[in-house]
Design a protein around this ligand. Structure first.
Ligand code: ADP
Ligand code: MG
Length: 254
């Protein structure tokens, strides 16, 4: 059974149809890349999957672990193990990274069994070390004054601490220099266990040199135009998105 199944999803933003019938699946243990030009609707798909109220599903279904979650509020989707890292992470002044993470982790645990503080700090320190994030960041407000690369690492830190069953990573690679890209890619690879599915949204092929996808989908103008293996990402890198032939839905999923 596919962990995440998106079936013919149509989504409107401010009365305008952005997603025009998107279908795709991600199973446990898979890394699925979703590529596409700017404005194709990739981030909108991420928001719709997490249930952002501004992204209205007008048709289709989102199934997660066999359950229809299309109408569930965001916090319940997160509690079930769905995670979205943002293309543009927000700053949250007044909330420290450590407090936020501990609260988020506890919200997924039994109320009577919150994580012990010492255990939490140990895990946090280990994970920060893996992601080459300075320990002092745990006391800093979420993303406040972080550089672009630090924000992207902080998103992966959230993922690493929360251990979601399905992670949607929206352009976690954009704006990173090569060293940061490798750190982020290493982090993603460590989290890509047989128990976790990853939908890796990216504009560029570059991160796929480090994180190997099982499949590649290309989204153009609000729908999945074609699918393939890593060679599709290389075609995009050498010939651009203009070279992608838009297939009818039944041929994309043949
Ligand atoms: P991508 O992530 O592939 O670059 P987006 O999902 O960000 O694409 O955008 C797809 C289209 O939807 C764009 O035309 C964008 O302007 C529009 N869009 C996305 N979010 C909003 C919003 N909150 N308000 C208005 N238009 C939006
Ligand atoms: Mg985007």
């Amino acid at each position: 059974m596919n962990e995440l199944q998106i079936k013919d999803l149509r989504v409107e933003v401010e009365g305008k149809e952005i997603l025009k019938g998107v279908s795709l699946d991600v199973s446990k243990g898979e890394v699925v890349a979703l590529m596409g030009p700017n404005g194709a609707g990739k981030s909108s798909l991420g928001y719709a999957l997490l249930g952002h109220p501004g992204y209205k599903v007008t048709k289709g279904q989102i199934m997660f672990k066999g359950e229809d979650i299309t109408k569930l509020p965001t916090n319940e989707r997160a509690r079930k193990g769905l995670f979205l890292s943002f293309q543009y992470p927000s700053e949250v002044p007044g909330v420290s990274t450590a407090n936020f993470l501990r609260t988020a982790m506890n919200s997924r645990r039994d109320k009577k069994n919150p994580i012990a503080v010492a255990e939490f700090i140990k895990q946090l320190k280990e994970t920060m070390k893996m992601l080459k994030i300075d320990e002092s960041f745990m006391h800093r407000y979420i993303n406040e004054g972080f550089s672009g690369g630090e924000k992207k690492r902080a998103e992966i830190l959230q993922m690493a601490m929360l251990k979601p069953e399905m992670a949607i990573l929206d352009e976690t690679d954009s704006g990173l220099d090569v060293d940061s890209l490798k750190v982020v890619a290493d982090g993603i690879n460590k989290l890509a266990t047989p128990e976790t599915g990853i939908l890796l949204i990216t504009h560029y092929q570059r991160i796929l040199n480090y994180v190997k996808p099982n499949r590649v989908y290309v989204m153009i103008d609000g729908r999945v135009a074609t699918s393939g293996g890593p060679e599709l990402a290389h075609q995009i890198e050498s010939q651009g998105y203009e070279s992608i032939k838009v297939l009818p839905n039944d041929e994309v999923f043949a």
